[in-house]
Ligand binder design. Structure first.
Ligand SMILES: O=C(O)CCC(=O)C(=O)O
Ligand SMILES: [Fe+2]
Length: 371
């Protein structure tokens, strides 16, 4: 007698990676396997930007094209030969460490919720990017933002424009920390403006296309200290998976490692430290401006090294008062603008409201449950 064997095909449940995007946690990407896998990156490209400083525009265009390729395909890339002196970086990292070594009550004098617009110090577990983690991010940070008086060329601003600027909360009696921070900021601002010119060139615009939008840009430097994570806890993370909401970020990471970047198959690709480089990543605002041509890529930090990790993202956006629409070179009859024009100020106001509400919900014990 013949036996009939019945095979029951069980469909595997899809797996997802969750992340924080556009101010909220809960966005997800399916982990793609087998024939469903897409063509996507498996490493982060390195771009040598020395030729951006060449007198020959063709040389500059060559680098700009490499940069655009990375923005479209990865949204993350290292820059090499960027021109920022190593001793300036080293001095700034040392002064950051000194700051984080101060007693907590001294640092809490600059608590971000004492400031009007979230500038200053945020303690360990103060932020919780990954809402599935009960304890919050295992990191402390100090954030300060653009001050026109500290720019190489002080921009002329109306009273109304000045009113939109941030108010930084500096530690009293620590002139050295403040001075070091602005020296580093000035150097990074010069580099960021250069990068903006490269984006313009690579997109086929005039090199100076964005110059007027970056005379008084919204910038922030976040000095971060990640103490070693508790390896026995599944609840610990350095910073949860997220996208940055600015135009782009120039990140300095020390040699500890722990930064991961999410590709289209929802695999985590490491972005290990490469001496002498910065990591540049595209944020939501530049993705918006390029009608999604540039990728604002999800990333996270897990500090499982057993050591302290120090990093410094420099976040860069246009001026607060600037009204920005999707770039003409990134839309057309078959590709209409996906986004309304918006001022940077309104865009940020919305994001800050979301952040303040999330903080208030946490304080009042209101829980959000994610599957
Ligand atoms: O610390 C890092 O390497 C990344 C930090 C980061 O992604 C952020 O602050 O947005
Ligand atoms: Fe980030």
């Amino acid at each position: 007698m013949a036996t009939v064997t019945q095979t029951v095909q069980t469909q595997a449940e899809p797996e997802y990676v969750y992340f924080h995007y556009d101010g909220v946690w809960g966005h997800k990407r399916e982990v793609l396997k087998g024939s469903c896998r897409k063509q996507t990156f498996t490493e982060i490209p390195v771009v040598d930007i020395a030729r951006l400083y060449s007198q020959d525009v063709e040389e500059r265009i060559g680098v700009a094209k490499e940069i655009i390729h990375a923005c479209e395909n990865v949204g993350f890339f290292y820059i090499q030969n960027h021109g920022i002196p190593q001793d300036l970086i080293h001095g700034t990292l040392e002064s950051n460490k000194k700051y984080f070594n101060k007693p907590l009550d001294e640092k809490m004098q600059q608590y971000i919720y004492k400031s009007r617009n979230l500038r200053g110090y945020e303690p360990v577990h103060g932020a919780r990017v990954d809402a599935t983690k009960a304890t919050g991010d295992r990191k402390e940070s100090f954030l300060f933002s653009y001050d026109p008086e500290e720019d190489e060329i002080v921009p002329e601003l109306t009273e109304e424009q000045r009113a939109l600027l941030s108010h930084n909360l500096w530690p009293e009696d620590d002139e050295g920390f403040r001075k070091q921070s602005w020296d580093y900021h000035r150097a990074l601002l010069r580099l960021a403006r250069k990068m903006m010119q490269a984006f313009a060139l690579g997109l086929g615009e005039k090199e100076t296309y964005f110059d007027e939008l970056v005379t008084a840009p919204l910038t922030s430097i976040k000095k971060i200290h990640y103490p070693p994570q508790d390896l026995t806890s599944t609840d610990e993370t350095g910073i949860g998976a997220h996208t940055d909401f600015v135009c782009f970020t120039i990140l300095h990471q020390d040699n500890t490692g722990g930064l991961d970047v999410l590709n289209a198959n929802a695999e985590w690709v490491p972005a290990p430290p490469i001496p002498g480089t910065f990591v540049v990543n595209i944020g939501d605002f530049l993705m918006r401006l390029t009608n999604n041509r540039f990728l604002s890529t999800v990333h996270r930090v897990k500090n499982v090294s057993g050591k302290d990790r120090y990093s410094m993202p420099f976040f860069f956006s246009f001026g607060m008062h600037d009204f920005v629409s999707v770039l003409p070179s990134c839309c057309g009859p078959d590709n209409p603008p996906k986004y309304e024009p918006i001022t940077v100020s309104d865009y940020y106001k919305r994001r800050h409201e979301i952040q303040k509400k999330a903080f208030a919900d946490r304080q009042s014990g209101k829980a959000t449950v994610y599957s």
